[in-house]
Write a protein that binds this ligand. Sequence first.
Ligand code: GDP
Length: 362
Amino acid sequence: SLSIGIVGLPNVGKSTLFNALTKNDALAANYPFATIDPNVGVVGVPDPRLPVLAKIFGSQKIIPATMEFVDIAGLVRGASEGQGLGNKFLANIRETSAICQVIRVFDDPDVTHVDGEVSPSRDIETINTELILADLQTIERALPRLDKEARTKKDKDKLAVVEAVTAAQKLLNEGVTLFAGAEKAGIDVSLLRELHLLTAKPFLYVFNLDESELTDEDLRARLRDMVAPAEAIFLDAKIEAELIELPDDEALELLQSMGQEESGLSQLVRIGFATLGLQTYLTAGPKEARAWTIRKGATAPEAAGVIHTDFQRGFIKAEVVSFDDLVEAGSMAAARSAGKVRMEGKEYVMQDGDVVEFRFNV
Ligand code: GDP
């Protein structure tokens, strides 16, 4: 399944953040692997539409979409050469679908920085260098084999792969990640897929700030520029850890007193979900109001298959209403008489927030 790996240098607040992400979530109990592997956390994706839906349908339960975060230890200078937990680190990060870098901005004389002083730009560079070196090693190992295969078989598709891998190597040698530079360099990253390159994964950044820096717009703009086009999330991990201990209304009050509207954790999960190229559709009834995870661009039968493979196999049609139309109408019956409920067939491409009932043969 799709997961986001959390990486960063030591003492930047990774564990604090990961614990806060996973601790307040009762969902984890339903996912056995999450309790077996303490480095994997299953997190519910915040969705304000669900309580609204539950009210309309009188649903007893709310079940949000979920996503996985993996706490990946061992990123230090030299990790690509096997320093620290080097090889284990690389194996773990390879399995994730996106990389979330935690960057320390907060200053605290009691928390030492591995490189002596706090510098977000240097830390970003250190991490990217390790990921780039790891990718260059992967390429150096694979290229002779790919090249030989392509030449002996005179295989056009394989020659295209060799060409893309060679272009990627050049870019990486210039110190540029594939995430940041592949498109501009005209490299089709889908041709690199079999190599599982680390810097080709989508990146997002969490800047761990001091409380007093949370509202510093100049600072935020500077940090955002450092990592664009990646998404940047600004939070104070220590405060996030406090927020999860509070009842919702008190947590919101504390956030607002710091000039924030949404917790950093909530932003991270929401933005992380989108970074993975995912979206949700909704189902509701008296039992539960629920969000289901699909890839952007998924068709109605594919979406049905997320609930049950039989639903996909026996798909007939989907009864669909957009969340906004449903809320405006006030009930399913009212939405129907207003002509807002559509019958969609096999070709229909799902839209985020579609409220759906599937018709199928078993
Ligand atoms: P990791 O090594 O990256 O996992 O870092 P930890 O989460 O273990 O944090 C290292 C130390 O920094 C701990 O003592 C944390 O309490 C502290 N820390 C984490 N986040 C913050 C923060 O936002 N502000 C301050 N002042 N300290 C923090």
